[in-house]
Design a protein around this ligand. Structure first.
Ligand code: CP
Length: 312
């Protein structure tokens, strides 16, 4: 059966670890001198973007080339997926042209349709609900700094109801981490995601918890994570969101409550003076540039791993 990465828990804990190990190996050998080029041929990988991007487009494009493949950029607006043509028909057409499909879009259900009907591996490059490629890059970055993941405590602050909050719950639980979400009332991940993450954590030794008090939530933690308060599509709510999220800003004072050697992650783009202070993101505990680079290594591992399992 063809495998996909549509949400973080499409991987088992062992598979997540396998992909992270492969990503680390690929980072050491970026041009495949020893590991080879699994997309040589070249196999074409379609990248469709219905939302803005910098990191995702750049890292997939470079990563596909490093794997020996051919990136095909599809402008979502030009293709008019779901408007000019149904998702189902696009899936049937694209699946006959390319070896994998990477898609950044709005609805998780559309991504599922693409996976069901294209016949090729489909990778979630961000939906309203999940951002699994970002999480693999984040976990790779933490592993580089801490050596392992299981047992570490991580706090995600801000809009816990966004794709990053959901993905942190699932991916952190898979890795055996203790994941805390610190968000105001009404901004926690959906119940179904909590329940699924708790179920996973019970098997990995991790845990998931919510704490609306940002200082208590970061107290002694190993990793502090935040994201923009105004996710793509929420621009009309910007003023209201700033008001409610201000206590959750990652300032130097808040960070001082975390472990002395805590590291700070932000998937970017960042808004200094809003969700994160300039002195924090540009300070010694920030690992955001490694995190951004690691998108390429993590996604290369995902594409190689899925390619090996295509049509099985
Ligand atoms: N973090 C992330 O997904 O970046 P882009 O939106 O720039 O792709």
């Amino acid at each position: 059966m063809t495998r996909h990465l549509l949400r973080d828990d499409d991987l088992t804990p062992a598979e997540q670890a396998e992909i992270l190990d492969l990503a680390a190996a690929m980072k050491k050998d970026p041009f495949g001198e020893g590991l080879g080029k699994p997309l040589a041929g070249p196999h074409t990988v379609a990248m469709i973007f219905d939302k803005a991007t910098l990191r995702t487009q750049a890292s997939f494009t470079a990563g596909i080339a490093e794997l020996g493949g051919q990136p095909l950029l599809v402008d979502g607006n030009l293709a008019g997926i779901g408007k000019r043509e149904s998702v189902a028909d696009v899936a049937r057409v694209l699946g006959r042209q390319v070896s994998q499909i990477v898609w950044r879009t709005y609805h998780q259900s559309d991504l599922e349709t693409m996976a069901e009907l294209s016949g090729v591996p489909v990778v979630n490059a961000l939906t309203d609900d999940f951002h699994p490629c970002q999480l693999l890059a984040d976990l790779l970055t933490i592993t580089e700094r801490r050596g392992s993941l299981a047992g570490l405590t991580v706090t995600f602050l801000g809009d816990g109801a966004c794709n990053m909050g959901n993905s942190w719950l699932l991916a952190g639980a898979l890795a055996g981490m203790h994941v805390r979400i610190s968000a105001p009332e009404g901004y926690l991940p959906a119940r179904a995601v909590w329940d699924r993450a708790a179920e996973i954590a019970a098997t990995t030794g991790g845990s998931v918890a919510a704490d609306p008090d940002p200082v208590a939530a970061v107290s002694g933690v190993d990793v502090v994570v935040t994201d923009t308060w105004v996710s793509m599509g929420k621009e009309d709510e910007a003023a209201a969101r700033r008001a409610v999220f201000t206590p959750y800003a990652v300032t130097a004072e808040l960070l001082s409550a975390a472990a002395e050697d805590a590291i700070v992650l932000h998937c970017l783009p960042a808004y200094r003076g809003m969700e994160i202070a300039a002195e924090v993101i540009d300070g010694p505990q920030s690992v955001v540039w490694d995190e951004a680079e690691n998108r390429r290594h993590a996604q290369k591992a995902v594409m190689a791993w899925l390619h090996e399992r295509r049509g099985r």
